[in-house]
Design a protein around this ligand. Structure first.
Ligand code: UT7
Length: 322
């Protein structure tokens, strides 16, 4: 069975923060951030929570798809920064977008920066099994909630935002996935949750802030991207020159340059917008896809590979035909 993407949407958080802005509060500078990452600016959310950004992106995708919202029967939100522990952010989106159709199922997926790809894979399985017929897939983050703005090694890298797509069965468009994870025993990319509570005292762990051993994650990322491209090309029986776009998780321009060089792939095949948004974790791929659609560079019939990698450690990719 085949799957197609029929709508794209995105939501930008309201506050634009440049590298120069950050340099006023933490010991960093524009030159370092640009050279080491390629990031110029990012957006932080001041008033909107993850479900608000997710709902905005969802409404744009529904409009783009030109479908009756009542026909959506699956909502998946990939996020590591949900509004709360419960209900799921997907359930909040369902309510905020008025998608309370009787048969709609909504739940969140946490696979960090690979979350969107994992959500697409979940949706494909649900669509192909016949459980659902129109799936709304969202990647949404308010990472500013978990950034330590005193830590220059992490606070300059991330941003907030959301992106969404609508997926349904198709008569011709192929979709394939490849997803993997390995337990992060060394804790190279983490954020604490609530502590166990043996004394029945309400107590948080020391910090919910995101912590990352950047170089270890960099080394993992370049291997992960190569692994995804190789495996998706094997699955699809395609050559790299038959792929129109590679849409990677937007973490660091140097990671993409390294992979492009190593695999001898033209850098122009990779869509990059991290200069504008920073790293928005599970939102980065759908934001990029929606932006490409709006710009008119994601044309009908194009072959696309999306690649996620991040905490878990998780990595994976989706191949689809637009
Ligand atoms: O989304 C999940 C996936 N995440 C990723 O893929 C991230 C992967 N990692 C990276 O992108 C890079 O490792 C970073 C951008 C996080 C860091 O770049 P790096 O080239 O690996 O820098 P580094 O950690 O080796 O630090 C080099 C120097 C250090 O100073 P010393 O020890 O050489 O004196 C850092 O303290 O740069 C310093 N530094 C900074 N200086 C100015 C670290 N952060 C900053 C900063 N501004 N913001």
């Amino acid at each position: 069975m085949s799957i197609e993407i029929i709508g794209y949407g995105l939501a930008q958080a309201e506050k634009r923060v440049t590298n120069h802005d950050l340099a006023k509060t933490v010991d960093t500078n524009d030159a370092w951030i640009q050279e080491r990452t390629g990031i110029n600016q990012r957006y932080f959310s001041m008033t909107k929570n993850t479900s608000d950004l997710a709902s905005e992106a969802a409404m744009m995708a529904i409009q783009d798809a030109k479908i009756d919202p009542k026909t959506i029967d699956l909502i998946l939100v990939a996020t590591i920064t949900p509004d709360g522990m419960m209900p799921s952010t997907a359930s909040l989106v369902q309510a905020k977008c008025g998608l309370n159709a009787q048969k709609c199922l909504s739940y969140d997926i946490n696979a960090a920066c690979t979350g969107f790809v994992v959500a697409m894979q979940n949706a494909q399985a649900m669509l192909e099994s016949g459980f659902v017929s129109n799936a709304l897939i969202i990647g949404a983050e308010t990472l500013s909630k978990i950034l330590d703005f005193k830590d220059r090694t992490t606070s300059v890298l991330f941003g907030d935002g959301a992106g969404a797509i609508i997926m349904r069965k198709s008569s011709s468009n192929q979709m394939r996935h490849y997803t993997r994870s390995e337990g992060d025993i060394n804790g190279v990319l983490t954020s604490d949750g609530l502590a166990l509570n043996p004394d029945m005292k309400f107590e948080h762990l020391s910090s919910h802030y995101l912590r990352m051993q950047g170089q270890a994650v960099f080394r993992f990322a370049v291997k992960a991207i190569e692994d995804v491209i190789v495996n998706l090309l094997i699955q699809t029986k395609l050559e790299i020159n038959q792929i129109d776009w590679i849409v990677p998780h937007q973490a660091n321009r140097r990671i993409i340059e390294y992979v492009a060089n190593k695999m001898n792939i033209d850098l122009s095949k990779f869509y990059l917008n991290l200069d504008q948004y920073g790293n928005t974790s599970s939102a980065s791929i759908p934001i990029a896809l929606s932006e490409m659609k709006t710009k008119g560079i994601l044309k009908e019939g194009m072959r696309v590979i999306c690649i996620g990698f991040g905490a878990g450690l998780t990595w994976g990719g989706s191949y689809f035909e637009s």
